[in-house]
Write a protein that binds this ligand. Structure first.
Ligand SMILES: [Mg+2]
Length: 399
């Protein structure tokens, strides 16, 4: 979701003064958050505060936050909608539906859930079929990207499901592209920017270089890109400093919520470890007691991409029981600075500061290639990203 806010803020100064270049100043004087960020955060607030995900609560969240930030640059119809009691949808196909939807993709645990929630977020105002479709295409792209699906898979899914033409390049679109606030005229373009860029910053630069509704295209492309690429720290800090306290608070709460929820991780305990005997584990990490990060933790990924977690030092489970779920771990004797003794058929990768990763031979080569391509420079980076890399490899394999 941070990617959406960043794209909106960087694009804000180019909405009315379009650029067709990619080497523009990222934070031009006067850049600010706009309606895209405010409504994205309203959706985020609704997702974490309203368990029932009712349209009525969504409208309340959007109106409350929108009215607190009345000068964020809303379109005329939407402005009236914000300030009307009991507002009705007005059959809009505008990209307002796509700009605000990205938290849905991060929140959802299944693709179906992402599509359903996206429809609700669009329908309260943008209930035209193209409005709903635009929201669903962005939410689905965010969801699939978060799940580690390859760009090719995302492209195929979006083309087949929503009928957008993603077989165009930014260079082809750019010369004739003008201001277009429709979903059908900006959502596919934002997705193409994501498909074409090779880093978060490159995606944002490609998106904004199209011209048109720059903050919204930047917002939508940035939302997807942030699920695939890290956002450089200086960009994160700069954007943070441009948010108001209330917006920053919602952003932080939503990110915390998503981080903590980890719906795909199953925790092993004394009571359930027997269900986990004989898992087809393909990679696992082990943190020595006193290691940096989550000391004592063992994280395991199966060939299906399921993640299991155990911590015999701090949780209710014995080391012997963890060994039952993950037999190769029982044969590992890790060195202090990497290396050590590990069973045949496995390879070890040092993650730094007492953390070790052990990979099954069948995945080591792909893992090495992915690491090379992902610009990981420091050992600490690998500590944070190995799980995503493994899940990405498995998702592509299993897709
Ligand atoms: Mg805007």
């Amino acid at each position: 979701m941070l990617g959406a806010l960043v794209g909106d803020i960087i694009g804000s100064t180019y909405e009315w003064y379009n650029t067709k270049r990619t080497d523009f100043e990222l934070f031009e004087k006067g850049c600010r958050f706009t309606d895209d960020s405010v409504m994205t955060l309203a959706v985020a607030k609704w997702l974490i505060e309203d368990e029932n995900h009712s349209a009525a609560q969504l409208i309340k969240c959007m109106q409350e936050l929108g009215r607190k930030h009345p000068d964020a640059g809303y379109g005329g119809h939407f402005y009236s909608w914000l300030f009307t009691e009991n507002p009705q949808p007005y059959n809009s196909w505008g990209n307002g539906a796509g700009m605000r939807v990205s938290p849905v993709g991060l929140y959802a645990t299944t693709l179906e859930e992402a599509l359903e929630l996206a429809e609700i977020t669009a329908s309260v105002s943008h209930n035209h079929p193209e409005g709903v479709k635009g929201a669903q295409a962005i939410a689905a792209s965010v969801f699939l990207c978060k799940e580690g699906r390859s760009k090719q898979k995302i492209k195929e899914y979006v083309e087949q499901t929503f009928g957008y033409n993603l077989h165009r390049t930014i260079a082809e679109i750019r010369p004739r592209y003008g201001f277009d606030v429709s979903c059908q005229g900006s959502v596919p373009e934002a997705i193409i920017a994501f498909l074409e860029g090779n880093s978060f910053e490159e995606v944002i630069r490609l998106a904004i270089s199209l011209g048109g509704d720059s903050d919204t295209i930047g917002c939508m492309a940035g939302a997807i890109a942030a699920c695939r690429y890290p956002i450089p720290d200086d960009i994160v800090e700069r954007c943070d400093s441009l948010l108001t306290e209330d917006l920053r608070d919602i952003k932080d709460r939503f990110c915390d919520f998503i981080d903590k929820r980890s719906p795909y991780v199953k925790k092993l305990t004394r009571d359930n470890y027997k269900e986990c005997i004989g898992l087809d584990i393909i990679a696992f990490s082990s943190a020595a007691p006193g290691a940096m990060g989550d000391a004592g933790a063992v994280e395991m990924v199966t060939a299906k991409g399921e993640v299991y977690y155990a911590n015999p030092f701090y949780e209710d489970i014995e080391m012997e029981q963890v060994f039952k779920a993950c037999p190769p771990l029982s044969e590992c004797r890790f060195g202090v600075f990497g290396g050590g003794v590990i069973p045949e058929g496995w390879k070890t990768v040092y993650l730094g500061f007492g953390n070790h990763l052990v990979l099954h031979e069948s995945i080591t080569e792909e893992f090495r290639k992915e690491v090379e391509q992902s610009e990981i420079k420091e050992v600490g980076d690998l500590y944070n990203k190995w799980m995503d890399i493994v899940k990405r490899i498995l998702a592509n394999r299993n897709a």
